[in-house]
Structures are given as structure tokens and as C-alpha cells.
Design a protein around this ligand. Structure first.
Ligand SMILES: [Zn+2]
Length: 229
């Protein structure tokens, strides 16, 4: 574990099971939210940032179960970041980040900056209020995770008339990596970039060592930056 990280992370793959979310142009939201969440989870593990996922399979979580599950891991403190991953609908183009009324925009603006650096345009980062009670957040995922720092990331529009459809289908790892970088740095951990997109396949005869604990056989992970050949 990276003792530098001062915050813990719960990654929420939006929708799932009987609730597919948005479906358009061959994109089913619940599948991409799980892929993106899984990617972030694996990267955070690599960098030693404590994290859990609200779901790891295609299961249904209703609006009662989901916040309970989220808070079951690290509790309801403000040292817990909750990142709820989504794909948008409504014919726009670009990413949106929504943050809760109890938080400022530091984390959201960081996510926006990283997504822009990954080539995605960002429409806005903003707060959304419940019309019937403007003192409350619009989204239950924020209302029902009190004290946690909860954000929703809409990575792009499945029904975009711009380039979001190809960005989601072809570049979702880049978008997930952008979110990962923002999360790790905001959590106080040390971000280590993956070395390009070239995965190295370990060959017979390779010697693989881990640097910081003396020499020992290293469990293979697919990021070149981690291994010395
Ligand atoms: Zn959604």
C-alpha cells in the first residue's frame, strides 16, 4: 500500500444487471462503465492507492443498495473519494463532471483538465440541485453518500453527433487513464504513467526483478514501466 495516499477510493460502475443505462451506436453504458471502472481499479492497485469497486460484475444495484455498498468499504468519511462512472445521452458531445454541493470543484476541475489532455473536450463541471429541494443534490449517489467526496464522470455521449462515439469505443482506456491520474494525484498518491500502450509479453529466459525490496521474482503486470528486463 502506498502510504502517501491520504484518501481511499470507491469506484462505482454506473448501472448494471437489469439496468443497462444508455444504449446507442453499439455502446451499452453498463458495459463501458464496468470496463472503465475495472481499468481504474487495476491501475490504482498498481500504484498502491486503496480502492474498491461497487460492482465487479453485471449485477443490478438499486438506489438503496448502491450507496450502502459504496459506504460498506471505507465508511462515510470525507477521506473517501467516490467516482461514479457513466456514459451520457442527449446528443451532446464531450465529457461532463458533476460534483456534490458539499464539495468544491478542485477534484472535478482536475478530472476535466486530464480528460482534455487525453483529447476529450469537456463541456462543463458543475453541481446539480434537486428541484424540489435545492439544498440537496440532484443525484442520489451524492445525497446518499453523505460526507464522501462523490463525483459523477460522464465520459462522453453514446448518441453523440461529434466524435464521442469513436472516442468511447476506441479510446476508452485513454479516458480511464485520465481519470486515474486525477484520482491518484488528488488522493495524494504517486502517479506512474503506463509506458505507452505497448504491452510486453514475458518471454522464456527474461529476468524480472522488483527494485525496492531487493531482488525477487516479480508477478507479471502488463505495464512496461514496472519491469526491468
Ligand atoms: Zn448513466
Amino acid at each position: 500500500m502506498d502510504e502517501r495516499a491520504t484518501k481511499k477510493v470507491v469506484i462505482d460502475a454506473g448501472h448494471g444487471g437489469s439496468d443497462p443505462g444508455t444504449i446507442a451506436n453499439g455502446i451499452t453504458e453498463k458495459e463501458y462503465t464496468l470496463k472503465i471502472s475495472d481499468y481504474i481499479h487495476n491501475r490504482l492497485d498498481e500504484m498502491g492507492v486503496p480502492n474498491e469497486m461497487s460492482r465487479t460484475d453485471d449485477i443490478s444495484l438499486d438506489s438503496n443498495d448502491r450507496p450502502k455498498k459504496i459506504q460498506s468499504f471505507y465508511g462515510n468519511g470525507n477521506d473517501v473519494i467516490v467516482v461514479s462512472n457513466h456514459i451520457n445521452a442527449g446528443s451532446g458531445d464531450g465529457a461532463e463532471i458533476i460534483y456534490s454541493l458539499r464539495n468544491n470543484d478542485t477534484f472535478s476541475s482536475k478530472i476535466a483538465k486530464e480528460l482534455e489532455q487525453a483529447g476529450q473536450n469537456v463541456r462543463k463541471y458543475y453541481q446539480r440541485r434537486l428541484p424540489s429541494n435545492p439544498a440537496k443534490d440532484y443525484y442520489y449517489i451524492m445525497r446518499d453518500t453523505p460526507n464522501n467526496e462523490t463525483v459523477i464522470i460522464e465520459y462522453g455521449f453514446a448518441d453523440s453527433n461529434g466524435d464521442d462515439v469513436s472516442q468511447i469505443k476506441n479510446n476508452w482506456q485513454d479516458l480511464a487513464e485520465a481519470a486515474t491520474k486525477a484520482i491518484v494525484e488528488y488522493a495524494g498518491g504517486k502517479y506512474i504513467a503506463p509506458m505507452g500502450s505497448n504491452y510486453y509479453t514475458v518471454q522464456k529466459g527474461d529476468k524480472i526483478f522488483m527494485g525496492n525490496n531487493g531482488y525477487k521474482l516479480y508477478e507479471f503486470k502488463p505495464f512496461k514501466s514496472d519491469i526491468m528486463i
